[in-house]
Write a protein that binds this ligand. Structure first.
Ligand SMILES: C[S@@+](CC[C@H](N)C(=O)[O-])C[C@H]1O[C@@H](n2cnc3c(N)ncnc32)[C@H](O)[C@@H]1O
Length: 213
């Protein structure tokens, strides 16, 4: 992921936003040192935004699609009230094991319920009546429309979808690869969707916020 603004501006924004906890800083450093594609991590700036969104909306029940080593899940868990919970989906057992080792070290880790497996299968198998206040979509781009539809069906009225990487390092303007075209299709899908009010933000790699009517 390449930030859309210069590295200097990105760093300045991060340094003038809420600071991550010591454990989140350790998790980020561990991910960079030990994992392939560490740039997938949400990081401090987007983490600060997610935490603020949770507090502003009063969200208590969160769905996450794409956990990786758990940075965004742990950030959101720290922002949730004591009775809050996150259902977090990922398909990679190795990065999931890293995430869980960090969750165990946090007093907020018990708020995170991990589901290992393709997220579309996990979402299709969810208990009837299970609802969420906020859904964070940050997994494989080819399935974004599927994740969005499944999440929206489970979101309460007034709930929020947060979709990451919607500008895909700018590739949306000149799509060449399958993932580029998938993000373009997702953005067009949302733009036509009268069920939500939404805004696309140029924070990091592009984030769309959509409130279910
Ligand atoms: C961008 S990373 C998520 C980053 C994470 N939110 C964070 O803050 O570090 C995308 C994740 O989606 C996962 N993923 C890819 N395909 C998936 C699928 N079909 N179902 C569930 N997760 C999937 C990958 O294993 C990867 O961990």
């Amino acid at each position: 992921m390449k930030p859309l603004v210069s590295e200097a501006i990105e760093t300045y924004c991060r340094e003038h936003s809420a600071r991550p906890s010591a454990l989140l800083q350790e998790l980020e450093a561990y991910t960079i040192a030990h994992c392939a594609q560490p740039q997938m991590i949400t990081g401090a700036l987007e983490g600060a935004m997610l935490g603020l969104l949770i507090k502003l909306t009063g969200a208590r029940r969160i769905l996450e699609v794409g956990m990786f080593t758990g940075y965004s899940a742990l950030t959101m868990a720290e922002a949730l009230p004591e009775d809050g919970m996150i259902l977090s989906c990922d398909v990679n057992p190795d990065t999931t094991a890293i995430a869980q080792s960090f969750f165990r070290r946090s007093p907020h880790g018990r708020k995170i319920e991990v589901r290992l497996g393709p997220a579309l299968d996990t979402l299709a198998a969810l208990e009837a009546g299970r609802e969420f206040d906020l859904a964070f979509i940050d997994a494989d781009k080819e399935n974004y429309i599927g994740y969005y539809e499944a999440a929206l069906a489970r979101l309460r009225s007034g709930g929020l979808v947060v979709a990451d990487n919607v500008l895909w390092s700018g590739a949306v303007l000149n799509p060449k690869h399958e993932s580029d075209r998938a993000i373009v299709a997702f953005n067009d899908h949302m733009q036509r969707d009268g069920r939500v009010e939404h805004v696309m933000l140029t924070i990091r790699d592009g984030i769309t916020l959509a409130r279910k009517r």
